[in-house]
Write a protein that binds this ligand. Structure first.
Ligand code: NAI
Ligand code: MG
Length: 472
């Protein structure tokens, strides 16, 4: 049992003014593992004030200074990876293969940002004017539980790269990993107030940050629903927003696909992070001519996906993060049945042999029409839809017929043809044939998947304002 008592403000660990507590549970065992003392609106304001004081020096920092800060953060985060991985698994049941990826990626975002800063033109001559890219003030970052420390790392890298001090409101359920991470980041020895961390709920601390007139930019990752509340609240002070939101990614299996390769990739994408991933490929689009064969293979291969203790490196699907997530998944499975889709595999309840833990059955629906709610809404669990298409034009049409546009996947033997299909998709990223993660590619979505992009020069652009000086 552990209690997280502190928040991090102005370079110090302090007890928050807020005194409510949130209990933390291990989703694998359903046991209480600790609690966290939550900050309130006063804590949020104190953190913003500290960040505001740090702004002039941060804004004036040189490229070399920012790069040095980024590299010390990178080194701090890379220490003792097991400790962070264990916290992620304990807190929300992240499977080991996913924590390994997240840890490597979190260290790499600082390095990628250091490279970006080195190559970025903060000062340019445009027309006859001297243009300088300036940080606009305090940045507030709000992160989700499904990749809390990864997004803290990403948003902190953007803050430092752009010269903007930061206040982070982490996911309240992720207090252990946040605490470990912040203690590491503290060791990097950045000036006081450059980054601050306030535990708390969205409606209290998140809302206080969104409404604070001294916050210039909000960088949010989470649900489209919360993002709409945030963006509405941000309008009064005309805050800039960068929003990385939900998805309903299509996975197009082309008629020439080699199923030995395509099926495992489709399932790894669909069930990524136990299905609790914004980039999960949850709509599998299959050519009608091969539908029976593809359905059969999906069913067989899903049976090989190990569900269980997320600490086991062979486990692909761990528990859902909390009982609300479990109930939500059950409700969507019932909805799919009511809407007339057919269960190809899985269904409601826990998988056989599980008496406790918030485990759901890996589920695939077939006979799904793209206008059904299970095909349109982000379910955020291990529930996939198999949708048939007639020809490639129809595949593209179905893929793009979504309120979301974060990620898409294309699987086929002819790479040129796969690229031609990819070029017709409205998604922030299109991954062909299980290509590995590219830590330098821009990340973000079309439509209700978000506003703006993170990573690299696109990420920095979103944090900066151009000022042009015109001389006679
Ligand atoms: P959420 O979007 O409510 O939470 C994400 C973050 O936003 C948390 O730090 C939360 O405290 C904060 N937040 C919530 N309401 C806020 C407000 N009014 N103002 C400021 N900050 C606020 O997600 P939640 O409730 O944890 O999960 C519900 C569903 O949202 C999931 O089942 C999933 O469908 C979706 N979701 C999607 C994510 C993605 O990466 N696409 C990430 C997390 C959730
Ligand atoms: Mg919520």
């Amino acid at each position: 049992m552990r209690s997280i008592e502190h928040i991090y403000v102005n370079g110090e660990f302090v007890v928050p003014a807020g005194n409510e507590r949130l209990n933390l549970f291990n989703p694998t065992t359903e046991e209480k593992i600790g609690d966290v003392r939550l900050g309130n609106a006063d804590d949020a304001r104190a953190a913003v004030a500290a960040a505001k004081r740090a702004f002039p020096a941060m804004a004036a920092s040189t490229k070399a200074q920012r790069i040095e800060m980024l590299r010390s953060l990178r080194d701090a985060i890379a220490e003792r990876p097991d400790e962070l991985a264990q916290a992620m698994t304990e807190e929300y049941g992240a499977p080991a293969y996913f924590t390994t990826f997240s840890l490597q990626n979190a260290a790499s975002v600082f390095e990628v940002m250091a490279e970006t800063v080195a190559n970025y033109d903060f000062e340019r001559i445009v027309g006859k004017s001297a243009v300088k890219m300036l940080p606009r003030g305090v940045l507030a970052a709000i992160t989700p539980w499904n990749s809390n420390f990864g997004f803290i790392a990403t948003k902190l890298a953007h803050a430092i790269g752009s010269g903007s001090p930061l206040v982070i409101k982490p996911a309240e359920q992720s207090a252990f990993q946040t605490d470990i991470l912040v203690r590491r980041l503290h060791q990097a020895g950045l000036p006081a107030g450059v980054f601050n961390v306030v535990n708390g709920t969205g409606p209290v601390v998140g809302a206080a940050l969104t409404e604070d007139p001294d916050v210039a930019t909000i960088s949010f990752t989470g649900s489209t629903q919360a993002a709409k509340i945030i963006q509405r609240a941000a309008i009064d002070s005309m805050k800039r927003v960068v929003l990385e939101l939900g998805g309903k990614a299509p996975t197009i299996i082309l008629p020439d696909a080699d199923l030995d390769r395509a099926i495992p990739v489709a399932l790894m994408s669909g069930f990524a992070n136990s299905g609790q991933a914004c980039v999960a490929g949850t709509r599998i689009l299959a050519p009608r001519s091969r539908l029976t064969e593809i359905a059969e293979r999906l069913k067989i291969e899903t049976g090989r996906f190990r569900v269980g203790d997320p600490r086991d490196p062979d486990v692909r699907i761990g528990p859902l993060a909390n009982p609300a997530q479990w109930e939500r998944i059950q409700a969507y499975i019932r909805l799919g049945i009511e809407e007339g889709a057919t269960l190809l595999t899985g269904g409601t309840g826990r998988p056989a042999g599980f008496e406790k833990g918030w485990f759901a059955r890996p589920t695939i629906f077939t006979d799904v029409r793209n206008d059904m709610r299970i095909a349109r809404e982000e379910i955020f669990g291990p529930v996939l839809c198999l949708i048939a298409y007639r020809d490639e034009d129809e595949a593209v049409e179905i893929a793009n017929d979504s309120n979301y546009g974060l990620q898409a996947y294309v699987l086929g033997s002819d790479l040129r043809q796969a690229e031609q299909i990819a070029a017709r998709l409205m998604a922030g990223r299109v991954v062909i044939n299980g290509a590995p993660h590219d830590p330098r590619a821009p990340f973000g979505g079309f439509k209700q998947s978000g506003i703006g992009r993170e990573i690299g020069a696109f990420g920095l652009d979103g944090m900066l304002e151009p000022r042009a000086i015109l001389t006679p």
